[in-house]
Ligand binder design. Sequence first.
Ligand code: GLA
Length: 673
Amino acid sequence: MKDSDCGGVPSFRFGVDYYPEHWPRERWAKDAEMMAELGFNTVRLAEFAWSRMEPVEGKFDFSWLDEALETLSKHGIKAVLGTPTAAPPPWLVKAHPDILQVDAQGRRKPEGTRKNCCAVNPNYIEHTKRIVEAMVLHYKDNPSIIGWQIDNEFDVNLCYCENSVTAFRSWLKEKYGSVERLNSACGLVFWGQEYGSWDEVFPPRPPFDMQNPALCLEWHRFSSDAWVNYQRLQVEIIRRHAPHHMVTHNFMGLYKELDYFKLARDLDLVSFDYYPKWSSKTDHAASAMAHDVMRSLKKKPYWIMELQSGAVKTHLAPIPKPGEIRLWTVQSVARGADGILYFRWRSCRFGAEEYWHGILDHDGAPRRRFSEVKNVSGELFRIAPFFEKTFFDASTGILLVYDNLWAWDLEVGYGGENYYGMSAWEPVLDVYRALYKRNILVDFVDPFTDDLSKYRVLFAPSLLLLNDKLEDALRSYVNRGGVLIATPRTGAKDWNNNIVDSPLPGRVSDLFGITVEEYTGLPGGEACEAVLLRQKVFFKARNWMEKLVAEDAEVIAEYSSGIYRGKPAATVKRFGKGVAIYVGTFASSEFHDELTDWLMRMGVAEEVLPATLGVEATRRKGEGKEVVFLLNHKEEAVEQNLGGKVFRDLVSGDRLSGTVRIGPLDYKALAPG
Ligand code: GLA
C-alpha cells in the first residue's frame, strides 16, 4: 500500500485512542457522536484488550469490538487496531509463567501488568502469532480497519531468562563463529574472562561499570535485535493476510535503547507518542528534536499515535494550559506529521492510569480540553488542503547511530559515572539547540542507509564508534563537497567498543587534519574559557577538553584558560571539495550559535524565518505548495519578522508582510504570496 493512502481514506488522519472496553456499551454511541463533533476520522483500539478478545485460550470473542467498530463507522470513523501483545492475559501467564522477563537479579517480572514478556520466549512467540493471526483473519476485510499498530511502545528491558541467555549465545555464535574470536574481539583477556566454550557465556549484568564494555554493547545490540525480530514476526502475519493495511508501531521519541532505524524499516509508517509535558517544565528544543528523530526514521510523513490531551499524573505534569493542546497539535503537523490521535478519549476510572487524563474527564463531560480540540480541528481541516502531500525539507543533517548512543552510555567507570558527565543525547542536543534557535530545518541521518549528499551540512556529534562503512561515508561526504562538523571522542573506539590503537581521532585523523595530543575530563561543572579566534567570540569548554594538534588544518578556536591555554580547541580543514570541522570540547551555546551563523553566511544553512526567542518556525513543501508554520511557545505575544517576504494567513485569509504578531501560545500557518 501507499504510505499516505491508508487504504483509500483521506491522508490526514485525526482522532483519538479509545478504549470502549472500559465503558458500558450504552455509552459508545454517545462517544462516537462526540468524536464526530470533533471531526475525528480515526481511532486506535484494542492494544491492551487480549483478555477481552481471547478470554480463554483458543476461544476468541471479537463481538464487542465488532460492535464498537460498527458504532464508530456510523460516523465515518475508521480504526487502527493494536495487537494486544504488550499485555498478556492472566490465563497465559498462568499456563506459561516462563513468558515473564527475568531481571538481572534472577527475579521474574510481576504478572498483572504490561510490558513484562520476553521477546525470545517460544511460548510468548507462539501465543503472539495465534492472537495476531486470529485478529487479522477476523478483520482483514472489515472496511473500518485501515491498519495496525504492533504491540505498544516496545521497551528493551534487558531480560536474563534462560531463553534469553541461549538466544544471546546463538547470536554471538552466528556473529563470531568461535569463542576465541569473541574473546579477542571483546578483549575478554582483561580480568581473565576468556571463554572456553559457548555455555560459559552469560549476558553481562549490572552494574555495567564492572563489566566488559564490548560485551555489554553486544548484549545491548542483541536485546534491540530481539524486539526488532519480535515485531517482524507480527508484521509478517499482517502482510500475509492483509497486505492492503498499513502497519505501524508507536515509538517513544527520544527513547534510545532500541535501534529505531531498524525497527522502522519493517513498517509502513512511524507513529510517535508525544507527551511534551511529561514533567512540569517543557524543553521545547528537545520536543522538536523528538519529532525530527521520529520523522527521520523513514523520511516520510509520520503520525502522532498518542498526543497528550490532559495531565499525566496530576503531580508529575500539570494539566495543559489553555492553548497548549492546540499548539502541540499544529506543531506536530508543522514538523511533518500527517496524522494525529490524542491520548486518550476519556480519563479512566480505574487501573494504573486513573490520573492519566484524556480529552474528557472521568465523568465523560466535554469541557475546556474538548473545546480546544474542537477549535484546532476546524482550523486543521481548513488548512489541510494546503499542506496535503507537502513534507518537511531539511538540508542540514545530524548523524544518528543508535549503537553509538548505547556505547556512549556505557562509557562509565567504577561508580557508574559517565566519563563525560553527559548522557548520550546531550552532545546531540548541544548542536541541535543552535539549529533549532535559528529555525534551521534538520533531519537525523542514518549513515548506513540514507543518501548523505542531500545534506549541505552534516553534524557528527561525538561518533565514538567508527567502522569502515561509517568512515567511508564521512570521507566521501566531505570529499564531494559537504561540510562536516564533529565533536569530542569522534573515532575513539572501534565498532566492538574497544579503544583504537592509533592517535585520535583514529581513522579520521587525516580527514580533519588533526591529532588529539591529550585529553582531560572537567568534572563537577568545572569549565575553561575558549575563544573563536577570528570572531573573538568567547565560549566555555565544558565536561571534556581535547588538546588538538593541527597537523594539516587551520585553528579556529583555542583554549584561553586551563591546562590547555593557548592550544587548539577547534579546527577546520578543506578536504576534497568540502570542509571538515573538528571541535575538541563540549562548547557552550556561544560557540554553536556563532558556528551556525557562519554556516548561514556561507550559504550552506538556511533559516526558515529570522529567529525570534520562543518561536518555532518550520516549513513544509511539495507539489508546488509551501506552508510556513510559526509557533509561539511563550505565554505572551511576540512580533515575528517575516524576513521581507509576503504571506497569506491560511486561517484568517489576511495578507501579511513586515512583522506579524502571534498571540500567547498561538500559531500562524502561512503560504507565500
Ligand atoms: C504511553 C502508553 C499508553 C499510556 C500512556 C500514558 O504512551 O502507550 O498506553 O500508558 O503512555 O500517558
